[in-house]
Design a protein. Structure first.
Length: 161
C-alpha cells in the first residue's frame, strides 16, 4: 500500500479556529485568500478546496438565507459569480463548473450563518475517487500560486458590487 500525504489538513485539524464568521473576519483583515471585497459582495478562495480554483462568493452582509437578500445584493452576487466563472475560464480553462449553495447544516453548509455560493471548476477526467476511498484530495497547485494568478483578474473589478 502506498501512503498519500495531505499535510495541509493538519493545519485545519490542529489549528485554532478563529472566533466568529470566516467571511466577516476576511472583511476585517488582510486575508491571503481574499480575491475581491466590494460594496455588497466578496470573493474568497476556499481554504480547503475540492480542487484548485474552488471559489466562494458571498454577500458582505451577514445573512443566512436567500430571502434575506435585497434585490441589489442578489444581482451583485450573481454578477460576481459570473465574473468568477469568467476569471477561472481565462486562467484555468475548465470544461465546466459546479455552482451552488448549501442552505443549513443538514444540507452540507460548513458555514451556515453566512450565505455563500461555491464555484468549483471541473475538467474531463478530474473525478477524484481518492476523496471517496481515502478521505484525501489531490490539489495540483498550491493555494498561494492559484491566488497569485487569480488576484489580478479580480483587482480590475469595480468595487461597487
Amino acid at each position: 500500500m502506498q501512503t498519500l500525504w495531505a499535510p495541509w489538513r493538519i493545519e485545519y485539524i490542529k489549528g485554532l479556529k478563529e472566533p466568529g464568521c470566516v467571511f466577516c473576519n476576511a472583511l476585517e483583515i488582510h486575508d491571503e485568500l481574499t480575491l475581491y471585497k466590494g460594496a455588497r459582495t466578496m470573493v474568497v478562495m476556499n481554504k480547503y478546496p475540492y480542487i484548485n480554483g474552488h471559489l466562494l462568493v458571498a454577500p458582505i452582509r451577514h445573512l443566512s438565507s436567500l430571502d434575506q437578500l435585497e434585490t441589489v445584493e442578489m444581482t451583485n452576487v450573481m454578477a460576481m459569480i459570473r465574473h468568477s466563472i469568467q476569471a477561472l475560464k481565462h486562467l484555468m480553462n475548465p470544461d465546466g463548473f459546479n455552482v451552488g449553495l448549501n442552505l443549513g447544516r443538514v444540507a452540507g453548509a460548513g458555514v451556515e450563518e453566512h450565505l455563500h455560493f461555491h464555484i468549483v471548476p471541473r475538467w474531463f477526467g478530474d473525478t477524484n475517487a481518492l476523496t471517496v476511498f481515502a478521505d484525501v484530495r489531490v490539489i495540483p497547485e498550491h493555494l498561494e500560486e492559484t491566488h497569485r494568478n487569480l488576484k489580478p483578474l479580480f483587482d480590475k473589478i469595480d468595487k461597487s458590487f
